[in-house]
Design a protein. Structure first.
Length: 270
């Protein structure tokens, strides 16, 4: 599909109910408990089938289309979270990815506040994932993040380590969670340098009293490495791929079993 076809088709995708959110569990690595989920958008194109976000999110981000799509994602994720709560599921933190253009739209904080109010979502159960490219302009982002934090929402720094932000910018901003990029987690058991980077990010996070999440855990060896180095939480195909909402609950029990079978069991971990 060409870029202009994607732009053209994206314009009718919201009205055509072609988007869906999948959810990937975030796991407390010491216990195997699910502490949250990340919402990840999927586009069911009427003629081309499932289209991955990597194919259309950057294009939506380059146009204003990301604004209504991002709003839909946030409203939908909050609605789902409240529905799970009302159905008696244990409370889990709902993480939603943000795009730069979305965050910098004039009434962004008000729109988040409105969605929280409309859906009845507890702000402390919402985590917004930002990326390093958004942190380049500290004077611009700081008041926005402060207002979000003031609402009770948590801020998570996605894909940490592959962007251009400096530790100085990081220090200035109210970040609650760091997510170690998959690129480092991938090789942490086979590459000495990746191992050193992962250990150092975990130590940095803990020194700064920020929670640390590893993304893209695919193997038992990676899990054990991360448990040994006291990484707080993790997500990845080893536990579960992103799944449609109806399949999420069945992953819960399975994940504790995976931690017991593949990792350091809770009774032996620190
Ligand atoms: P991300 O936020 O870093 O999300 C993690 C991506 O890694 C997801 O890809 C997820 O399916 C994938 N992943 C998770 N575990 C593993 C693993 O063990 N191995 C491998 N190889 N991959 C794993 P997905 O769903 O295709 O999303 C790609 C990116 O698209 C996201 O990266 C995020 O930047 C963006 N995105 C997705 N949904 C949204 C959204 O609603 N809004 C915005 N602004 N961006 C979104
Ligand atoms: Mg993310
Ligand atoms: Mg990520
Ligand atoms: Mg990523």
């Amino acid at each position: 599909m060409t870029k202009s076809q994607i732009i053209h088709d994206l314009k009718s995708a919201l009205d055509g109910h072609q988007f869906q959110l999948y959810y990937q569990p975030k796991v407390h690595l010491a216990s195997g408990h699910i502490t949250g989920v990340e919402a990840l958008i999927r586009w069911h194109h009427p003629t081309r089938g499932l289209i991955a976000p990597a194919e259309f999110i950057p294009i939506a981000e380059a146009t204003d289309l990301i604004v209504p799509i991002g709003e839909w994602v946030l409203r939908h994720a909050c609605t789902q979270s409240v529905a799970w709560r009302d159905a008696g599921l244990p409370p889990t933190i709902m993480a939603v990815n943000l795009a730069v253009r979305q965050l910098y739209q004039p009434r962004f904080v008000e729109s988040v506040e409105g969605i929280l109010r409309e859906t009845g979502m507890d702000p402390t159960q919402l985590e917004l994932e930002i990326t390093e490219d958004m942190m380049m302009d500290v004077p611009r982002i700081l008041p926005i993040l402060k207002s979000l934090t003031h609402l009770g929402v948590r801020i998570s720094l996605d894909d940490f380590g592959i962007g251009y932000s400096s530790l100085l910018n990081f220090k200035e901003l109210p970040i609650d969670v760091i997510k170690i990029d998959r690129a480092f987690v991938n090789n942490c058991v086979v590459d000495r340098k990746d191992a050193a980077i992962v250990r150092t990010i975990i130590a940095l996070a803990h020194e700064l009293q920020v929670e640390v999440v590893a993304e893209g855990i695919e193997s038992k060896d990676q899990l054990i490495f991360l448990q040994q180095h006291l990484c707080d939480r993790g997500q990845g195909y080893l536990f579960s791929k992103p799944v449609p909402p109806k399949d999420l609950v069945s992953t819960f029990g399975q994940i504790e079993e995976i931690i017991h079978r593949e990792g350091i069991p809770p009774e032996l971990s620190h």
